[in-house]
Design a protein around this ligand. Structure first.
Ligand code: FAD
Length: 416
């Protein structure tokens, strides 16, 4: 089934009886060439790229719950490539370019909306840092503009410009950044992977790895043993627990991150806006709700729900930036488990076990990375070599001292 405007009109006129399920519900086979553990955005994008770009067959994605139940369906939907460091910026710009063609590639409306992101600065030193970041972005082929205070006021007149404590001095704008419908991205990749023969198996939890003579032979699951030539793990917040089953300890901690949505309002916020003097960011969904968030909860947890002190902290950030947010009623909130790495950057690498590959450490920035993460992990799984934009995401970089510390805060996962 192909989606098109014609199909929508035809179904509207004929009682919507022609829609079919987006993917099959196959029983697991005894053996696959490649098994991907984790049916989140990254696992599904990996399976899609393996089949569509790298010509691989006999692929399965094993998901312990349902598609979209993890962070892919819990994030605040921001996509951007405004990074500074050479290990990161080319990768995230590659991802941005893949976002720009994704809906056509997948024949699926993921509501990718390039409405821009504006990072506010409140001091002269912060403006200097943004100028440097903008230049790094331009060098990597991304777009960046430095706005002065009047430029910001023209875009977002409702901000609190004269807050004595946090005066707004300007902002770094990336116009090609924006938002996408998060669970729609999972469904789009799932459908396109399924069409290319990938078996997507939900309610199938991986409970162990079968490893013989230093090589992975398959995975134990809640639906029996499944043999595999190669296994790629992409389980985000569950990375530590899953890789522990292969005897590995990761440079990753799991923390809760919360998201908030207000009642629906008329259009007011033009794109994504981030506060530069605290951790608060906000955008407006197509349904009108203000979508916002801030810091992680700051303690290790595998619970997909957060606590009230961070709710207060996020609300304070919002009030300092745009006092009118105090008039909006909070509609709902939720939490997801983040795989916080020690330097704030991800890992896409092979492990010391032959045939076992790992993708994780996305902290709270992995949604924007979904297309490139899938492409680069598929590249590694299919060719055995890292993709050029992901070559720095090595697992041993912490031992070698080659960390990619975008924020410069050291091994403090709760601060990345
Ligand atoms: C509140 C919040 C806001 C965020 N905002 C943004 C944002 O604005 N922009 C951005 O770029 N990023 C954001 N992120 C981060 C982003 O969502 C994640 O980094 C990214 O989604 C992680 O990759 P994933 O989609 O593959 O993860 P997931 O969707 O969590 O996928 C992992 C899957 O693995 C499955 N799994 C776990 N264990 C097993 C097992 N043993 N067997 C089988 N399956 C298993 C899980 O059920 C899950 O479905 C946010 C995250 C949260 C929680």
């Amino acid at each position: 089934m192909r989606f098109s405007g014609f199909k929508v009109v035809k179904e509207a006129l004929t009682g919507h009886r022609g829609w079919t399920p987006l993917w099959r519900d196959p029983a697991p086979q005894a053996h696959y060439d490649i098994v991907i553990v984790g049916g989140g955005g990254h696992g599904l994008a990996t399976a899609y790229h393996l089949a569509a770009i790298f010509g691989q067959a006999r692929i399965a994605v094993l998901e312990k719950g349902w598609l979209g139940g993890g962070n892919i369906g819990r994030n605040t939907t921001i996509i951007r490539s405004n990074y500074l460091l050479p290990g990161n910026e080319p990768f995230y710009e590659f991802s941005m370019k893949l976002w720009e063609s994704m809906e056509q590639d997948l024949n699926f409306n993921a509501m990718v909306s390039q409405r821009g992101i504006l990072n506010l600065c409140h001091t002269d030193a912060q403006r200097d840092a943004f100028r440097r970041r903008g230049n790094a972005m331009l060098l990597a082929g991304a777009d960046a503009e430095l706005l002065d205070r009047d430029g910001v006021r023209a875009m977002a007149p409702f901000l609190n410009f004269d807050n004595a404590r946090f005066p707004i001095k300007g902002g770094l704008l990336q116009r090609r950044a924006g938002t996408a419908r998060h669970d729609g991205v999972a469904w789009g990749y799932a459908r396109a992977a399924d069409q290319r023969g990938v078996d997507i198996i939900q309610n199938c939890e991986v409970t162990g790895f079968r490893i013989e003579n230093g090589a992975v032979k398959g995975v134990e699951t809640s639906r029996g043993f499944i043999g595999a030539g190669k296994v790629g793990v992409a389980v985000a917040g569950s990375s530590g627990r899953v890789m522990q089953m292969a005897g590995m300890r990761l440079p990753i901690e799991s923390h809760v991150l919360q998201a908030f949505v207000s009642e629906g309002l008329k259009p007011v916020i033009p794109g994504v806006i981030t506060f530069g003097a605290g951790h608060f960011y906000v955008s407006q969904s197509d349904k009108g709700g203000l979508v916002f968030g801030g810091d992680i909860d700051g303690y290790n947890s595998y619970a997909q729900r957060g606590n009230l002190p961070v709710v207060e902290d996020v609300a304070e950030g919002g009030m300092a930036l745009m006092p009118m947010i105090g008039r909006a009623r909070l509609l709902r909130m939720w939490g997801g488990v983040m795989d916080m790495s020690m330097d704030g950057s991800p890992i896409i690498d092979r492990t010391h076990i032959n045939g076992l590959f790992f993708n994780g450490g996305w902290c709270y920035g992995g949604f924007k990375a979904t297309p490139a993460s899938g492409y680069c992990f598929a590249h590694l799984l299919a060719t055995g070599r890292p993709h050029e934009t992901a070559a720095a995401y090595r697992l041993d970089r912490f031992a070698r001292g080659h960390v990619i510390d975008e924020k410069g805060v050291g091994a403090q996962p709760n601060l990345h």
